[in-house]
Write a protein of this length. Sequence first.
Lengths: 291, 382, 100
Amino acid sequence: MKLTIPQQELVYSGNAACQGCAGLLAMRYCLKALGDKTIVVVPACCWTVLSGAFPATAFNVPMFHTAFETAASCACGVKAALRMQGKDDINVLAWAGDGGTFDIGIQALSGAAERNDDFIYVCYDNEAYMNTGIQRSSSTPYGAATSTTPSNMFKNEYKKDIDSILAAHNIPYMATASVAYPEDLIKKVQTANSIRGLKFIHIIAPCPPGWRYPSEKTIALSRLAVLTAVFPLYEVKDGKYTVRKTGDKKPVAEYIKHQGRFRHLKKEEIEYIQAETDKRFELLLKKEQLL
Amino acid sequence: MKLVITGNHAAAYAAKLCRPHVISAYPITPQTEVVEKLACMVADGELKSDFIKVESEHSAMAACIGASAAGSRSFTATSSQGLALMHEMLFWAANSRLPIVMINVNRAMAPPWTVWADQTDSLAQRDTGWMQFYCEDNQEILDTVIQAYKIAEKVSLPAMISLDAFFLSHTSEAVDVPPQADVDRFLPEFNPEYKLDINNPRAFGGLVTAEWYYEFRYKIHQAMQDAKREINTVGKEYAKSFGRKYSLIEPYKADDADFLFAASGSMVSVVRDAVDKLRKAQKKAGLIKMRTFRPFPKEELIKLVPGAKNLCVLDRNISLGNEGIFFTEIKAALANIKAKPMIYGFTAGLGGREVSVNDVMNIAKSIETHKAAEFNFYGLKK
Amino acid sequence: MKRQKRHIKPSKRFKSHKDLPPMSVSSVPTSVNKTGGWRVLTPVIDYDKCISCMICWKFCPEICITAEDKPKIILEYCKGCGICAFECPKKAIKMIEAKG
């Protein structure tokens, strides 16, 4: 038996996550990467609830529940305090969903990025306000049905490019990751942890109830998101782009067909998604060549 | 060391003496000099603190919360719109039982745009669980910040110290700034029992159902009751260390008064002068300085008023749809006691309008001559 | 480093407000909750097919597969998501209709 990722577990079983939750896996991997000298700050999101009700906790590290829009602002306060106490070696992890990152939390995140505050910010992205019942966020992909964008009024805007927004802040490290590639995810978190400043990691986190697929396919969809270039894996380190090549791109239809949230899409809408995906991936490859 | 400094600078010196590890603040007139002075002190190496230049007041309070939760003393300052923006996080700080101290410069709420004195901003935060102090002069600002940390860290509740815009924030007065060593002796290092600690991994703020939420609220209520005692205890300790005594509520010539004023903030010094003038004119006037709004000094107030015939409450604020806020709270506190004065409320000075000694004398006269209603808007341009 | 390992049922822990900490502070691990009761389908490993690649351990969101040559599923917690069965390269895990 050979383990390709660290063995230590810092999340407890018995938590309230849905079956097949990628957000749970993402935390499991991130804490493996960071170890037990880590303090986590969690704003309102699925992790608020799945981590258990008082007096139980799913965390085997100290953590602080904070208000929805304050993951980054609370984390920067924690880090400042630790630094002043001479405990600068303790990792601070801000852990937010897409709602708390792309929408309501973007101001605090932008502030922390501009100040280059020293902590890791992870966005586990299930592409909607899942905790409150699958409402649309600016991270929801074009074409998806959510409870506020039903299938006959599906989300008409393309997914907000949060990665470019963060890269434009010139932070020292930004990376995308997927729970289907845990070795890659863990390596990226460890790379982030070796750098001072604001590090942003964006993890695609399929959600069985929200994306409407059987829970067994969570890893398969996390993989297909990468292989279709809908969610390409790349890093921006000191402004230099590195894109992970995954062979021939699979058609987006292969990714879309498993998900009930896209079930209503017509052929031309899927073709539009394919065209946009190709365009954005080409742009990303150009950035890799240019920068 | 006596310095002639503005209220804002007095606040900055006080914060510096308390050695906060983390300061996170956002500028807003008329608070700006508090944070500018602190920034200089940090830059000059006089103050070892991490000054986080946050991008909004909401983030300022969030950062203070994170820092305090991690076990560090933290400080911020704001005013009106900024305080209103922080509203959500004020609850978060108090419910988390974090002893954050904040300076608020009382400024009127917009629109229309205004920067001048009005207490509605802080009084509107009444129910957030923060202790609230109102300062009469710049010396009191400095003294109260130092005491507030001691009280807050004792009862594990945050404290807001308010001072009137421009009347105090930008007006210079002589302030005795104590030596650092004396303050260090008075205020030991912050060392909370509950904090984010890798040696004791706990989760703070996890979901609580109806099973226990009520009891958690009761504990904060209890802490506020404890605060009443602590404010007086610390006030006496402060007198021992620095020669100036403070208490929950401060009477002036109130013992034998048959006409009592109740006032807060910078207006208190005007009312003091009016009381002296009335006494010279053989009228038995007195003043109750409302130093704390939360916890509300109900028991102390009840002890002070029975002998008076009239109690006139002055409010530089208004709760729209009702009356002056101190007026309402004072009436409520006295509701069930048998021997009490006739209570009048006067809202005056909103948006920075001056309330002079003459104005206070006119108010007293209107009550004496039975021309005053129970609640009045003083000095309205009719 | 000291780790808290108490397994006490949460609701019996406190009797009055006096027993409560000043704020909501949680230190009881969620492992007191046996989420195995959520399951509809139960995974079963065929050890003849298992090659100890540990992919099932790696991808289990509930952390209820042991990291050993013959990985065991901790049925107390397994929610029956089926990821292990779906990802197993040797199809050594079957999801069966039983509570297990």
